[in-house]
Design a protein around this ligand. Sequence first.
Ligand SMILES: O=C(O)C(=O)C[C@H](O)[C@H](O)COP(=O)(O)O
Length: 202
Amino acid sequence: MSIEQIMRTSAVIPVLVIDDAATARPLAEALVAGGLKVLEVTLRTPAALDAIREMKKVPGAIVGAGTVVNPEQFAAAMDAGAEFIVSPGLTERLAQPIIASGVPFLPGIANAADIMLGLDLGLAHFKFFPAEANGGLKALKALAAPFYQCRFCPTGGITEASAPEWLGFVPVLCVGGSWVTPKGASMAEVEALARAASELRA
Ligand SMILES: O=C(O)C(=O)C[C@H](O)[C@H](O)COP(=O)(O)O
């Protein structure tokens, strides 16, 4: 799968922070049952790599690693079976081994210089991060105009209420967000939130 195909799979990529790998598989089952197949497990917790391994057992799930900020984390994510890589920003040191591997890569950008570095590296698909704090849809529209060939996954501060407006902007293929998995939610609640999120694309 290409990063574009992954971005077009579901309207929302749930950004997951998993503290206990034992919860990972039921969580992935609930998200996939609700229609969200693309799952981003952030490497922010010690359980994240085992969570990726567990989630990959769920039929239909496309499991990637998020918060990947250096080549060492990229290698660990590959070892765990991650199918795509998301990072909050873009450096050559991180991008080079990922691009060389051919694994779908969604690096974060926040300004024109970041996008130009990505274009130099042959990339055209970016996470716009942090989306709301960095000026919201207005800022992305201004940035996307000169970089008409680029496609985006805004992430950071997006909610079920604000997602449709972002998704209505053509260069936005999907949005990322953590609202689908609120702390303490039951798996039935997560499935319902996932279903609502999966139906957001007009
Ligand atoms: O961990 C990363 O790599 C990040 O880039 C940060 C996450 O994407 C955002 O924290 C999700 O944003 P919220 O939906 O506002 O919770």
